[in-house]
Design a protein around this ligand. Sequence first.
Ligand code: EPU
Length: 422
Amino acid sequence: MYRFIVAGGRPLRGTVQIASAKNAVLPILAACLLTEETCTITNLPMLEDVNTMLRLLRSMGVTVERKGRSARITAGGRVATEAPYDIVRKMRASYYVLGPLVARFGQARVSLPGGCAIGARPVDLHLRGMSGLGAKVTIEHGYIDARAKRLAGAPMMLAGAKGPSVGATANTMMAAALARGETVISGAACEPEIVDLADFLNCLGAKVSGAGTPELRIRGVRRLGGAEYRPIPDRIEAGTFAAAACITGGDVEIRHCRPDHLTAMLDVLRRAGARVETGRGSMRIAGSGRVNAIDITTAPYPGFPTDLQAQFTALLATARGTSVVTESIFEGRFLHAMELLRMGARIDVKGSTAVIHGVEKLSSAQVMASDLRASAALVLAGLAAGGTTEVLRIYHLDRGYERLEKKLTGLGAKVERAGSPG
Ligand code: EPU
């Protein structure tokens, strides 16, 4: 398996270019199933999760012509309506084919994704969305089976005990796009990736309004057409480089990003004492010495993203003073804290709260990545530590960060990939 070897202690300096958002691209690729016409998605990020989604579409009989960063996708001929366990277990976001399949073909059989390193991750809200549109949903032999002659639009409340769900909102919005009549989703997720999916669907001829607010309205249409579409930049990748700039006391210009999608994070950075400048489509983040301790609570958008919690936990591990980080979305998402302890961090995790007593310097160690964002946090810690850190199980990183070691090297870090794909 690949691992990263990170020589710490070099401030990052220079310019880095952000890729398109993984979490916008994945539902957009699945949404191509809603039409028989060709959709061209441009500026695709070179990520393992994108490869997996394209592999899933191909396995269903969809024509996928990929040329570098573009993919032409045509779900024109016979489409198999099953997403097998073999693919879904590699990437939970495979469940994004559920809504499009049942809406266009009247049936879908999608493997249940099962557990995951960051928490329980139930799918009850996805099922609520499909049933709410009139599908008959059953769970058998580890698969979700959803059937309907034609879905029927309806009002529904889609938030759960933890608040809105990005995935369930996206799945239901895609399904409702081809349903008869109007669907009103209350308690909808407001994430920029939801807005991007709505924009894409509208390019195909859908009638979605209210995206970015808790109330989404979708007037169903009979059929959708094709389009060419370029997804939004990845706010989590941008936020990860911002944290990397600060933890190393560097100065980094982050290009092709949307600072307006990162308001909560930029506010945290400013209050922690970083220098933040934002422009149109770019931002410059500079740290000088240790940041100030600060409390963070993750929340649905526009709150502080759970997908940046691990990276900021690493940053605060070297802050001046004591910070409290509360994870309100995925209660199990603190495995990185246990690895950071091995690097000399002082973190007490109790339930969904981490109390972080900042130390002056982290020390290098061999550490193990448990999920995508935890991996990024460990790489950041390695960049700031004295000595050489080895981060094992880097395959998690490749799912969601495009050539992270190359981008970091471009900023003056010393990060090498070692080992084999595994
Ligand atoms: N939830 C339910 N029932 C459901 C679905 C979700 O109770 O049916 C709960 C979850 O357990 C969680 C909360 O609702 O407590 C929010 O989960 P959500 O459904 O919004 O998460 P998701 O759609 O599965 C996406 C991203 C995650 C990101 C979360 C939260 C994709 C492919 N994944 O997941 O990204 O953390 O939204 O913003 O878009 C990552 O990129 O590293 C990642 C994990």
